[in-house]
Design a protein around this ligand. Structure first.
Ligand code: CMX
Length: 436
């Protein structure tokens, strides 16, 4: 049986001629046009990035390597008795495009478990943060501190060929992916449950189950962790976290710099932090209601009050999606099965009944439907992770799977340093015909 790295090498060799041909023979073919509105509008919709790891269709939602989320959940191998697949299987799929066998995933789990050693200085970095620090800032710094472990940097200093960049990058990426859930669990225990102390990883457990164990959570939290990490893994390349990771790595900064930067981008309330914002916003509603379930009219009033005070409705809208996010649906179905009577789930569900129509009436948001973040907090809250500042750390662990897979392929295909062109306002005015 070929190990993941050998298989990946075969895939890279097969793919390289395609990229080479596109660049050499078709480099001048026009595939998109740029409008002035896109330049001042956050480059929305400009086709200017390439990735085969995932693709986001506005109406269908995300596909990983061509598979929809329900297909991914159905096809990837699972632990005995588990409802959700191994996270390691998703890493295999994203890297190779192939659904791994049980045997292939088990080999990868064993490999990744051997990479879980975390140097003491990382714990010292985490411990040195004041307890009121945001967990995303701590996570970013902890990942950054690991940078000295980069094999890519050692090889680069010794003069490695460009054709081989992907190899030490794969080693760095797999090392970081094995370690980052441990750092997340350590941050959680340090900030919120210092009385429990630190749990060491269990070498017999896969990534999701070990994360649950280190968080001090019983089943089915292992499945909750697996589901979370899988649905958050990738959302093609233009979103802030994925793009930041790709951009940083394009200068040949190693994966530790890239993933730390990715975490910093995810920490914004318009992106990953929206999941904590949803919970904060719902708590505000619960306080106003004195814990009674609001009527439809009360719910509507709360949504309108938020909009009229110039704020966004967290967990709704999207830059690309134009329908309900399938990542929302996966979690909603999990809630309907496992926690249909959870009071918070009922709140979120009641919101789903009123928000889209209000956003349509409000008339600004191009997509009135819920995104992944609208539902994320509910499951965590139900299983006792009520410290909602922590939710974006969970998103980060998941997102690192896609970002790292992309960086390995960026190196394998020799994509250059990213450098779009900027212009001045004067130039843009002249281009659109505004005379002075
Ligand atoms: N509530 C209120 N207004 C919203 C809105 C929402 N949920 N979503 C979009 N709008 C507004 C925008 O603020 C913008 O207003 P202005 O014209 O005054 O600037 C207008 O509608 C048009 O925005 P858009 O083109 O529909 O959306 P964008 O691509 O600019 O932004 C996003 C996308 C996600 C940042 C935006 O929908 C938003 O702020 N949503 C709430 C925050 C959120 O849930 N973020 C998480 C997204 C998923 C993720 O990355 O994790």
């Amino acid at each position: 049986m070929k190990c993941l790295k050998q298989k990946l090498y075969d895939k890279i060799e097969q793919h390289r001629p395609r990229t080479k041909r596109l660049a050499k023979e078709f480099g001048d073919v026009v595939v998109d046009q740029v409008k002035a509105g896109q330049i001042i509008g956050g480059m929305r919709g400009i086709k200017s990035l390439i990735t085969d790891i995932s693709y986001l269709d506005p109406y269908e939602g995300i596909r990983y390597r061509g598979y929809t989320l329900p297909e991914v959940f159905e096809k990837l191998p699972k632990a005995e008795g588990a409802e959700m697949p191994y996270v390691e299987g998703l890493y295999y799929l994203l890297l190779t495009g192939d659904i791994p066998t049980q045997e292939q995933v088990e080999a990868l789990i064993m490999d990744m478990n051997n990479r879980r050693i975390i140097p003491k200085y990382v714990w010292d970095v985490v411990d040195s943060f004041p307890s009121e620090s945001h967990p995303m800032a701590i996570l970013s710094a902890a990942v950054m501190s690991l940078e000295r472990e980069s094999l890519f940097n050692v090889k680069y200093r010794h003069g490695i060929s460009k054709m081989d960049y992907w190899d030490p990058t794969y080693e760095d990426a797999t090392n970081l992916l094995a370690k980052i859930p441990l750092i997340g669990a350590y941050i959680y225990n340090k900030l919120y449950h210092p009385e429990k102390g630190h749990r060491y990883p269990d070498p017999t457990l896969d990534l999701g189950a070990n994360f649950a164990y280190m968080m001090g959570k019983e089943a089915p939290y292992d499945d909750v962790a697996r589901m979370y990490f899988i649905i958050h893994a990738d959302h093609e390349s233009g979103n802030v976290s994925a793009h930041t990771g790709h951009l940083i790595a394009s200068s040949l900064s190693d994966v530790y710099y890239a993933v730390s930067g990715m975490i910093n981008g995810l920490a914004g309330p318009l992106h990953g932090l929206a999941n904590q914002e949803v919970l904060r916003w719902l708590q505000g509603l619960k306080e106003q209601m004195g814990d009674k379930v609001p009527s439809k009219e009360e719910m509507k009033k709360y949504v309108w009050d938020t909009l009229n005070s110039g704020q966004v409705i967290p967990g709704y809208g999207h830059a690309v999606l134009r329908k309900t996010d399938p990542r929302y649906t996966v979690q909603r179905e999990f809630c309907l099965k496992h926690l249909p009577d959870d009071p918070l789930f009922k709140y979120v569900d009641a919101l789903y009944q009123v928000v889209p129509d209000i956003l349509k009436e409000h008339g600004k948001a191009k997509n009135p439907w819920p995104n992944v973040d609208a539902q994320s907090g509910v499951v965590q809250w139900h299983y006792g992770v009520k410290e909602y500042d922590f939710y974006t750390v969970l998103f980060s662990i998941g997102r690192s799977i896609g970002v790292l897979s992309n960086i390995i392929w960026d190196r394998a295909l020799g994509y250059p340093i990213e450098r779009p062109k900027s212009i001045t306002t004067d130039m843009l005015e002249e281009m659109v015909g505004i005379s002075k």
